[in-house]
Design a protein around this ligand. Structure first.
Ligand code: BEZ
Ligand code: FE
Length: 276
């Protein structure tokens, strides 16, 4: 039986990769062609739409430089980044779930003492504390905990010349009981960058650019898999409509009101390296 024209066309393109020496490259490129052809056929893409798509991708590339990565932002807003996270995260129910690193992580922040305050600007005070453990409940001593968050104006320190250098960024080490503690302020929701093609895409499709208030954590300890995650504020208006789909129910936390400010008690569970 002869194949319908559209199937034989797709087949001849996928066959053209038959001599690819690397099996994984071949698998990826063949699947990409199959899905790309199926997509164009499903929506019956017109020439004009195809051209506008090419122009959009060209503008996305032109917006990228050493700091700005518009393609990752596109991946984030199309949910691809969180699918990547889902595919590649370790499947251990008791382990803390991961979330997006985002573009505002900064390496080389100076280590602060247990309980230090990372806020050099005003905001509602919040005390973050907890214990880092392994899957068997063992406390993880000497884990490095890096944290970063926005100020009440919704900006990270690197985006805002008004904020002191290193504001709302911290690096801590867990003690012999696996405990960490630091003072900060309650984070604020903020828009992802909208001054590029991704922002235009959000407007054209009726989507908002907001991320719910969150504080990022990156936890590294010898013998354990690195954990990149974030804790999202339960009372944030965008907690159920994150522009980049990073919220997972297990990462949503309450800020418990205290006499002065809020208390946030949160433990983290890491996966031992041998099991990864
Ligand atoms: C962030 O949480 O910092 C972030 C993540 C993805 C896109 C933009 C910002
Ligand atoms: Fe963020």
């Amino acid at each position: 039986m002869t194949q319908p024209m559209n199937e034989s066309l797709t087949q001849s393109v996928t066959d053209s990769f038959g001599a690819c020496a690397d099996a994984r490259t071949q698998e990826i490129v063949v699947a990409l062609v199959r899905h790309l052809h199926a997509f164009a056929r499903e929506v019956r893409l017109t020439h004009d739409e195809w051209r506008r798509g090419i122009e959009f991708l060209t503008a996305t590339g032109k917006k990228c430089d050493g700091i700005r990565q518009e393609f990752i932002l596109l991946s984030d807003t199309l949910g691809l980044s969180i699918v990547m996270d889902d595919i590649n995260q370790h499947r251990e129910e008791a382990a803390t779930e991961s979330s997006l690193l985002g573009p505002f992580y900064r390496d080389g922040v100076k280590e602060s003492a247990f309980g230090a305050n990372i806020a050099q600007s005003d905001g509602e005070p919040a005390f973050f504390h907890g214990v880092v453990r392994g899957l068997n409940g063992e406390p993880v001593e000497g884990a490095t905990i890096e944290v970063w968050q926005t100020a009440p104006n919704g900006m990270y320190e690197g985006q805002d010349p008004e904020q002191p250098e290193g504001n709302l960024r911290g690096r801590f080490r867990t003690n012999a009981q696996g405990a960490y503690a630091f003072h900060s302020i309650k984070p604020t929701s903020y828009p992802i960058p909208t001054d590029g093609p991704v922002g235009q895409m959000l407007i054209a499709t009726g989507r908002h650019p907001m991320r719910p208030a969150h504080i990022h954590f990156r936890i590294d300890a010898p013998g354990y898999a690195s954990l990149t995650t974030a804790l999202y504020s339960a009372d944030d208006p965008y907690v159920h409509s994150d522009a980049v789909f990073g919220v997972k129910p297990s990462l949503v936390i309450d800020y418990v009101p205290m006499k002065t400010g809020f208390d946030v008690a949160r433990d983290f569970t890491l996966i031992a390296q041998e099991r990864t």
